[in-house]
Design a protein around this ligand. Structure first.
Ligand code: ZN
Length: 249
């Protein structure tokens, strides 16, 4: 048993969940999660992951805090304007759980550094909302054969799925062409809703319950409060994973 009495007390309510006993909790403690982006989705999901006992999180974001992000990126305050998001996020997240490690890097994710940045992690989470960078992250998921929890929000619409080369589709199987340009319109809680769902899926995967959204895209319509879903399949002609057939684990 690697959990201390204080941890058993801290997590006692989630330990009571069916399928979420001490074994799952120990798995969470050993989990290393990479989060691309430190914006609205990440503000919600990182707090939940650390509070739930995930052992190590690395967040990467190269931007600075601007006034128009404060309404939905809950890491940041007025006093943080113009400061690096990564530094602030790290400082705030370190207060969440003394049993977890947090590292935030102020860096742009590029073709050149992505494999090094994601090396040694068990799970990738995409909060980027930027297709060129998402494609770069997808390459790391293929190379390291890691699950990649993808979410995007725009206006009152959100989508969420888990890509896992070797087990299911990758980003480019689902989007061979870039999705329509993001209008940047957004109601703040949409980030919290989708980010929280990403955290749920991450805890399932890292806790050993397996992904709920492999091959399924969950769509949330915030205008009418409706969930819908869309089936996703591996594309045997995918330019990125080549259908993943050779990666079957
Ligand atoms: Zn693919």
């Amino acid at each position: 048993m690697i959990l201390s009495p204080a941890e058993l007390t801290r997590y006692s309510r989630q330990l009571k969940l069916p399928g979420w006993g001490p074994k799952a909790q120990e798995r969470l403690k050993l989990a290393r999660i990479f989060v691309a982006g430190a914006g609205g989705l990440a503000s919600a999901l990182a707090v939940y992951l650390l509070a739930a006992g995930v052992g190590r999180i690395r967040i990467v974001d190269s931007k600075r805090v601007t006034l128009d992000t404060l309404y939905h990126q809950l890491f940041y305050r007025e006093r943080d304007l113009d400061r690096c998001k990564a530094a602030i996020a790290e400082q705030r997240l370190r207060e969440i759980n003394p049993f977890s490690e947090v590292e935030a890097l102020s860096r742009k994710i590029t073709d050149y550094n992505v494999l090094r940045l994601t090396e040694g992690f068990d799970l990738l989470i995409d909060t980027l909302n930027n297709f060129p960078e998402q494609k770069i992250l997808n390459r790391a998921a293929i190379k390291h054969r890691l699950p990649l929890i993808h979410a995007a929000v725009e206006g009152l619409n959100g989508r969420l799925t888990t890509f896992w080369p070797g087990h299911g589709p990758c980003l480019l199987c689902a989007f061979p062409d870039p999705p329509p340009e993001n209008s940047a319109a957004l109601l703040g809680p949409m980030s919290g809703i989708l980010g929280s769902l990403q955290a749920m899926e991450a805890l399932r995967i890292m806790g050993g319950l397996g992904p709920a959204l492999l091959g399924r895209m969950l769509l949330f319509d915030g205008q009418h409060f409706r969930f819908a879903e869309q089936k996703l399949e591996v594309n045997p002609d995918c330019s990125a994973c080549k259908g993943s057939a050779s990666l079957k684990l």
